[in-house]
Ligand binder design. Structure first.
Ligand code: AMP
Ligand code: ZN
Ligand code: FE
Ligand code: FE
Length: 274
């Protein structure tokens, strides 16, 4: 039985639900723990914790999902039990967010140059996000009928190599692992099934990754089994989550880990309290 869904995005990155709504949905799904893992921001965590105290019987595990790049491939690193009050972490994330804003300006310029008229104000207005990204631009393109849906926005303009693609300056996975460890967190490789070159996983083990997101909505049975065995062989923690962005079907609580794995993760997080 699933006890914890440890991968959810809120309105503080590119999700549609508030942290309070996420905690409520997690409670409705009978979970004992939930983690909000926004892209490059921890701004939703305190609100989620406050909501959990009000609702009761549900734990919020402080989380984050850092986008990194390894030899031009995108690699996402999750951090759990991070110290979300740490100024060190806040400053690093703030810097990543400014780089995101800079990139958004460049994307808008490229779109304008090919006759697609959207403005930075429009993109920022629709969003409470501290971590603005391509999904926010895609939303405006949809609203202004330049595309039929979000997928088309990526296929025509925003995806890698497309007309308005701008690469973002990213950290390396090794840096992200260090940052998470320096913030007392547990670094976990997100959705290994998304890796463009699966062998990258061996490098991450060398760099000190401590867990693998075995259970994820995009993993099929074979991948789940493979990564579960890989984690056991390499003595890595096992995590899981829905990667819910607030779309329908919501999926909160449909992917995640059971009590036993949750306890192992919690136990591991205590290493910093000694
Ligand atoms: P960014 O952080 O700005 O690079 O945007 C990355 C986010 O865009 C990912 O986390 C996904 O949520 C979303 N995304 C990436 N590719 C696609 C796609 N082909 N269709 C829809 N959403 C996508
Ligand atoms: Zn996302
Ligand atoms: Fe991701
Ligand atoms: Fe995610």
């Amino acid at each position: 039985m699933i006890s914890a869904d440890l991968h959810i995005h809120s309105i503080y990155s590119d999700g549609k639900l508030t942290p309070e709504q996420i905690v409520n949905k997690a409670k409705e799904a009978d979970l004992s723990a939930v983690s909000i893992t926004d892209h490059d921001t921890i701004d939703g965590i305190q609100l989620a914790i406050t909501a959990s105290k009000k609702i009761g019987d549900i734990e919020v595990i402080p989380g984050v999902e850092i986008s990194t790049e390894y030899q031009q491939d995108e690699v996402h690193i999750l951090g759990y039990f991070i110290d979300y009050n740490s100024n060190y972490l806040k400053n690093i994330l703030k810097n990543l967010q400014s780089k995101r804003k800079l990139r958004i300006r460049k994307i808008i310029k490229k779109l304008n140059d090919i006759g697609i008229y959207i403005t930075l104000e429009e993109v920022c207005k629709t969003s409470t996000s501290s971590s603005i990204g391509r999904p926010h631009i895609a939303e405006i393109l949809k609203q202004k009928n330049y595309v039929k849906n979000i997928s088309e926005a990526f296929d025509l303009y925003l995806g890698k190599g497309k007309k308005a693609y701008v690469p973002r300056e990213k950290l390396s996975p090794c840096d992200a692992i260090k940052i998470i460890k320096n913030s007392k967190g547990i670094p976990v490789l997100a959705h290994p099934g998304h890796l463009e070159r699966p062998e990258v996983i061996n490098k991450l083990v060398m760099y000190g990754i401590e867990g693998l997101e075995v259970y994820h909505k995009d993993h099929n049975k074979e991948q789940t089994l493979f990564y579960s065995q890989f984690a056991k062989k390499n003595e890595l923690l096992i995590t899981g989550g829905s990667d819910c962005h607030g779309n329908s079907p919501l999926l909160i609580g449909e992917y995640g880990i059971d009590k036993l794995l949750l306890n192992k993760l919690k136990e591991h997080s205590k290493k910093y309290t000694f």
